[in-house]
Write a new protein. Structure first.
Length: 224
């Protein structure tokens, strides 16, 4: 369980860093608009600012507590610690009240996920090895989704997280994770969010795929 908590902390730090960098980028652009005469090239800056604002905007229930606690990986999969890639998606409730725990449990079972290590749900590999391809945990610390108590809970959202390298090809594993996130969102009437807690777009999904391909190419180069 300590490993899961460590990952939660690391992801929170990464998220805060992303928000900080985007905020600095925004302030830099704002200062440039004040200092420099308008040009044709700069006419696109207001749209960029709007896009940044949209990326940073979150529903009110996704407060700092949820952000810090978002769990990001199970350690069922193994690989060299210096060469790992963590990917995450979130399925978040649109209401302050959160999802009904009984509905979350039903959706997880419907998606073919299995409860197991670290008290979270897993997509298990079909090769009989019982390895976790990706996992699903509660968005809030400590990430537990115990089926014994879940029906009595309200859940603000769940986090799907993938550690590469794993038992499957990274692109295939991520495609399965994305399809599962969308299935859960449909069943629960929630939103699929990226790792910055913004609505997942086609462009963001493509960037995730590119990150996987880059990572796999780099790992293959190191191992060869």
């Amino acid at each position: 369980m300590w490993e899961l908590r460590l990952i939660l902390i690391l992801i929170g730090v990464v998220f805060i860093a992303v928000v900080y960098l985007l905020s600095r980028q925004r302030r830099t652009r704002s200062g440039k608009l004040r200092r420099d005469p308008p040009t044709l090239k700069e006419s696109n800056l207001p749209d960029i600012e709007s896009d940044l604002a949209a990326d940073l905007a979150m529903p009110s229930m996704r407060d700092s507590k949820v952000t810090r606690a978002a769990p990001e990986i199970t350690h069922v999969n193994s690989g060299p610690r210096s060469e790992q890639l963590i990917l995450a998606l979130h399925v978040a409730c649109r209401e302050q009240t959160g999802f009904a725990g009984a509905e979350v449990l039903a959706a997880l079972h419907s998606a073919g996920l299995h409860y197991g290590q670290y008290q979270v749900f897993h997509r298990l590999n079909n090769d009989g090895m019982q390895q976790s391809v990706f996992s699903v945990a509660n968005m809030i610390e400590p990430g537990v989704l115990d089926p014994e108590i879940l029906p009595e809970m309200r859940v603000p959202g769940v986090t799907l997280f993938l550690l590469l390298p794993g038992p499957q090809n990274g692109v295939a594993a991520c495609a399965d994770m994305l399809a599962t996130a969308r299935s859960l969102a449909r069943q629960l009437d929630g939103d699929v969010l990226d790792d910055t807690h913004s609505i997942l777009t086609i462009q963001a999904a493509q960037r995730i795929r590119e990150r996987i391909l880059e990572f796999q190419g780099r790992v293959s180069g190191v191992q060869s």
